[in-house]
Ligand binder design. Structure first.
Ligand code: SAH
Length: 466
């Protein structure tokens, strides 16, 4: 294997799209290629860059037919920053391929014959849909070709996203379509103030530099929380920056964190509240949630509300059920359903998320929900479901890896008539459905698009005891 000399292949048909945004093409002999800047429906002549036995990597030399799904990416940073990898495909096309992805996973991996899959729920807002973005400051700016050609000295300080594949480089973001204003305005204000004052930007190799990370959270009501993480403790400069920001943005919540460690995590770091209430109140459908600077939270609030309504529909609660909300995060699924059930029992391994779940229960005056900190597999093994009756409900919302395999036999013998399995990875969900299929049959799935212009898919699946 390995590199061979470059070859050209004519008339390759693009038949699918991969999660990194590369088109998947087939030549006349059925050989498969992963191709840069290719959209399903395109036909193109390609140059093979790297040959492998199963799939080769290629780039287009001549596009002889344009897919009807092809569109010009709307973001100036497309292809460089690493986000929104499907932006060169029309949104309707993206939805079609996400639907296909769920179908392929359920049939090929799950072995489900003719699964009932409802049409994917798309978004109403395909831009500015995230409520949280993490930006990094860095002194190694990713330079575009015009900057590389420039002869005079360029300012290498940047504020934006890490360049995938060369992590110490920062793509300097001028406008990001992922988060509503004032996100772009605040980020650009801080960058320009820092330039004016000659503040230093973080050096990831030397671990020096004042400005390190910037986390911006926004809520649907427009309220905003900004957390600035400093890599050095320089009180005079920090004070100046805080003063400038609070003067320009008097109604935001502003936090400072001084992080002198080598890693970027802020969970073990002290928070200093500079201005504002200190938290946001976000709405997920009828639920109000308190979101602090360290909270885990659904990143697309509007669409999460829709996702939860599908869960509610599949749950068909009558009011006498105990709902086991497994992998409960900040408890939002269980709390969303609490008014329709007798009780909610949540299990989540991250202690801080469980604390948020309890705060959110009080905020919504919900008294029939308890959240346990623990490992789902362990708690199942210790008899979490031993009192579960057939009318009770299990909700599963595991991380991308899917269910722990030791959890499967316990779920199989739970006797609970209905399971609602929410997944952000149709492949692992399909694997788990196959493992559960001796006792539970697939009734239907509802895919939901939470992240337009990316390959991510959320799939809600209803299972019935056979
Ligand atoms: N249901 C939540 C979040 C689901 S994300 C919501 O709708 O927002 C998956 C969650 O599972 C994460 O919060 C993660 O911390 C948790 N988790 C991962 N592995 C776990 C395990 N083995 N036991 C318990 N929780 C786990």
């Amino acid at each position: 294997m390995g590199k061979t000399k470059l070859i050209n292949v004519p008339s390759v048909q693009i038949v699918d799209i991969g999660d990194q945004g590369m088109g998947i093409g087939k030549d006349a002999e059925g050989k498969v290629y992963l191709i840069l800047d290719a959209v399903p429906g395109d036909i193109m002549d390609i140059e093979v860059k790297m040959r492998r036995s199963r799939v080769s990597y290629a780039r287009p030399i001549l596009r002889t037919k344009d897919s009807t799904w092809r569109q010009d990416p709307f973001c100036q940073h497309f292809g460089v920053c690493g986000g929104c990898k499907w932006q060169h495909m029309a949104y309707q096309g993206q939805l079609e391929y996400k639907q296909k992805n769920v179908f392929d996973a359920l049939t090929r991996i799950g072995g489900i014959v003719q699964p009932v899959i409802r049409p994917i729920q798309g978004v109403t807002e395909d831009r500015y849909y995230r409520n949280k973005l993490d930006f990094s400051f860095g002194n190694r700016k990713w330079l575009d070709s015009s900057e590389l050609d420039q002869t005079e000295e360029i300012n290498k300080n940047a504020l934006g996203f890490h360049r995938p594949g060369s992590f110490e480089k920062i793509v300097d973001i001028q406008h990001c379509y992922l988060q509503a204003d004032p996100s772009n305005a605040i980020r650009n204000f801080i960058r320009s103030y820092a330039f004016d004052q000659h503040f230093t930007f973080y050096d990831v190799k030397l671990h020096t530099g004042l400005l390190r990370n910037l986390i911006i959270r926004t809520a649907l009501d427009g309220s905003t929380m900004v957390t600035i993480v400093f890599g050095e403790d320089l009180p005079d400069q920090i004070l100046m920056l805080n003063h400038a920001i609070t003067k320009a943005y008097p109604s935001i919540t502003l936090y400072n964190i001084i992080n002198l460690k080598h890693n970027d995590t802020i969970f073990d770091q002290a928070l200093h509240l500079i201005q504002g209430a200190g938290y946001l109140i976000e709405t997920l459908g009828h639920l109000k949630c308190k979101v602090g600077p360290k909270s885990f939270f659904q990143t697309n609030s509007l669409q999460a509300g829709r996702l939860y309504r599908f869960i509610e529909e599949f749950a068909e609660l009558q009011g006498h059920e105990t709902v086991f909300d497994l992998y409960s995060g900040t408890g939002t699924i269980g709390l969303f359903l609490a008014h329709k059930a007798k009780s909610i029992i949540g299990v989540e391994e991250v202690r801080e998320a469980v604390e948020d779940a309890n705060i959110n229960a009080s905020l919504n005056l919900i008294s029939n929900a308890v959240f346990h900190t623990g490992d789902v597999k362990k708690m199942l093994q210790e008899g979490l479901l031993s009192d579960a009756g057939p009318d009770d409900l299990i909700i599963l919302d595991p991380p991308r890896a899917g269910l722990h395999q030791d959890a499967i036999p316990i779920l199989l013998t739970s006797g609970v008539r209905r399971i609602v399995y929410v997944s952000c990875n149709p492949a692992t969900q399909a694997r788990d459905l196959k493992l559960l299929s001796s006792a539970y049959r697939h009734v239907m799935s509802q895919p939901v698009d939470m992240f337009p212009h990316t390959a991510h898919i959320e799939n809600v699946t209803l299972l019935h005891l056979i």
